[in-house]
Every structure is written in structure tokens, then in C-alpha cells.
Design a protein around this ligand. Structure first.
Ligand SMILES: Nc1nc2c([nH]c(=O)n2[C@H]2C[C@H](O)[C@@H](COP(=O)(O)OP(=O)(O)OP(=O)(O)O)O2)c(=O)[nH]1
Length: 159
């Protein structure tokens, strides 16, 4: 399902037309909503050195050229968290475009109930198994819709 465009921190930039810039390229991002046996979901903090460092988000990252969402998510979860994911277990959920000052991103949110290995913070990030309402903050603007969807929709603890 594709959601309406979300504009984040618009006050931080002037629009492209005013600057005479070309339309912005869309950056595709694979994002995992990992759901544990107890129904909690995994949030991770963005590491130092990245935009929005310290903000909480769902783990994932940008697609490489020619890569599928499923393959990108499996690669990112291995790189960031040291877990092994079978791309066949990645369940596409919703798509959300977010217009940030730093990039225009298309977030491919996927649900994931199965993976192998213990979590490791390979990029020095923190993680938390969260339930609604979440108690960590700040949450990345592009992760907020997921919290709303999780609240609206009954997400089974296993599938
Ligand atoms: N992982 C993730 N990214 C999100 C979420 N919400 C959201 O707006 N984003 C945005 C933030 C970034 O602009 C983009 C992800 O880019 P990134 O820089 O974290 O990706 P990456 O790990 O491939 O980064 P790098 O290797 O280029 O440093 O997607 C979310 O819930 N999870």
C-alpha cells in the first residue's frame, strides 16, 4: 500500500523551484519491522555520523543498484545487526515517500517474523524491543507512520 507524501522539517530548506534545482532523485530504502514472538517490534538508534544521528527508527538502509527490497533488507540487517534473514521471509507491507531536506526517500516497509542469530550492534547503535506507546525519543519522522499503522492494524505476534 502506498501512502501520501510526508514532508519532514520543511522549514530547513527552500524549495527546489526557488533554487532552480532539477527535480530530486528518489532514494529507495528497505526497512524492516521485526516482530518478536511477544508482539514487540525492534527499534534501533541511528549511529553517530549519519543524518538524524540518535533518532530512533526501524532498521534498514538504501538499496544498491539492481538490488531488490528483500535482498537489500537482508544485507542491511546482516551488516547492521549481524542477523541472517531469508529474503523469502520478508513480507512487503507499505510504502511511504518522505521529503527530507537531505533527500527524497521512498521507504519500503516490510514485516519480518523470522531471522537467525543474536542481535549485535555492529554500528554502535542502541536497540530496544518496543510496544505501543513507545517510550524512546526522538523518533525519526519517517518512522512515525509505522507506529500509527501498528496501532491501527492488528499485527499478529507470529505469522
Ligand atoms: N532505516 C531506516 N531509514 C529510515 C526510516 N525512516 C526514514 O525516513 N528513513 C530514512 C532516513 C534516511 O534518509 C534513509 C536511510 O538511509 P541511511 O543513511 O540510514 O541508509 P544506509 O544505512 O544505506 O546509509 P549509508 O550506508 O549510506 O550510510 O531513510 C526508518 O524507519 N528506517
Amino acid at each position: 500500500m502506498s501512502e501520501p507524501l510526508l514532508t519532514a522539517d520543511a522549514h530547513l530548506r527552500r524549495d527546489d523551484a526557488a533554487r532552480g534545482d532539477a527535480p530530486r532523485k528518489v532514494v529507495d530504502v528497505a526497512v524492516g519491522v521485526l516482530i518478536g514472538a511477544d508482539g514487540r517490534f525492534l527499534l534501533t538508534s541511528r549511529p553517530e555520523g549519519k543524518v538524524y544521528a540518535g533518532y530512533w527508527e526501524f532498521p534498514g538502509g538504501k538499496l544498491e543498484a539492481g538490488e531488490s527490497v528483500e535482498a537489500a533488507l537482508a544485507r542491511e540487517l546482516s551488516e547492521e545487526l549481524g542477523i541472517a534473514v531469508d529474503p523469502a521471509h520478508v513480507q512487503r507491507w507499505r510504502e511511504q515517500m518522505v521529503d527530507y531536506p537531505h533527500a527524497l526517500v521512498r521507504l519500503h516497509f516490510c514485516r519480518l517474523y523470522q531471522w537467525q542469530g543474536e542481535l549485535q550492534a555492529r554500528e554502535g547503535q542502541s536497540w530496544v524491543w518496543a510496544a505501543l506507546p513507545v517510550t524512546v525519543s526522538p523518533v525519526l519522522p519517517g518512522a512515525l507512520p509505522v507506529l500509527r499503522w501498528l496501532g491501527e492494524e492488528h499485527v499478529p505476534p507470529s505469522a
